[in-house]
Design a protein around this ligand. Sequence first.
Ligand code: GMT
Length: 381
Amino acid sequence: MKIGIVCYPTFGGSGVVATELGLELSKRGHTIHFITYNQPVRLELLGNNIHYHEVNVPEYPLFHYQPYELALSSKLVDMVKLHEIEIFHVHYAIPHAYAAYMAQKILLEDNIYLPIVTTLHGTDITLVGNHPFYKPAVTFSINKSDAVTAVSQSLKDDTLRLFNIKKDISVVTNFIDLSKFNHGFTDCQRAMMANDHEKIITHISNFREVKRIPDVINIFYNVQKELPAKLMMVGEGPEREPAEQLCRKLGISDKVVFFGNSNEIDRILCFSDLFLLPSETESFGLSALEAMASGVPVISSNTGGIPEVNEDHFSGFLSNVGDVEAMSKNAIKLLKDESLLDKFKLNARAQAEKFDIHNIVPQYEAIYEETLKSCMHTQKA
Ligand code: GMT
């Protein structure tokens, strides 16, 4: 199949999922066209059957806001005509599902019907899409998609609760390429980060309010009072600066490393003992899955789709949002007991294996095939 993938090219989970999906589909013989405003950060190799087409938005002083959706719709139309793309798979409803629908309408003028598969990722439904300013357009574009998927059962339930949705929503969970998280001893340079007796705790996110970064710092503060430990903070975002200030205020700056964005999170996770994800809301928690794939247990909140990923008392521990005391207690319990920690590390990897890319990508392929078939059928009728 020739598949046009639309996504955000940044470090956010939806862009990472879209990129990993495209890479795997290309290995399975499909031709993939990424259409977005920058080369996706995890897309290193372009080749015969993997392409990237940049959406350019020319600046014009009349516009207070540059019309990205318009440029994206036009680019989608051009790319379909040039490369004979058969189906669009758009990740994150805003504004991708809306722009794809416009492209679909434009292409119909030339009797080309391009089916749209929309994957909902989380904030496009919960934090952003649900805002009254966006809601009518988001509802419309979800209902006009030919197929809709959500990355967890919890996100599907939220979508049906918050929007007036008339389409079926299939749950296709996020996934992980486990082969990227198999480390040899030489890859894992733990000694560069901490002494042998220190435990390494990691947090990875886009440092937005929803991630509850102060909880991460406060949990670590409680842990390091009980045992020698270091905290690795990976990612960029508005909460980074206040987080650094909080570390200074608590007198723990020498124990906390801020990495910024990284394309080598596997190399950071390989020496981590524990991962923290105390988010306010999380449709899935891809970073927790990446940690578990590296054999790192997760201390998390029990919100949204996280319980579908991190199994309480097995791959980690879950607590109510904001319960820093409980999260600290669980972290200390795990880190102080070597045999319990070793058991949870094995459990974490076993839990991640349930989300193996090879089990999930065929589910998307089946959705593309069914969608193409039913669209052809409707066109003929
Ligand atoms: O977490 C973010 O703020 C980024 C956001 C995104 O769109 O990249 O992440 C969402 O999609 C990820 C991939 O499906 C999920 O793993 C995250 O849980 C989800 N974030 C939220 O729901 C807050």
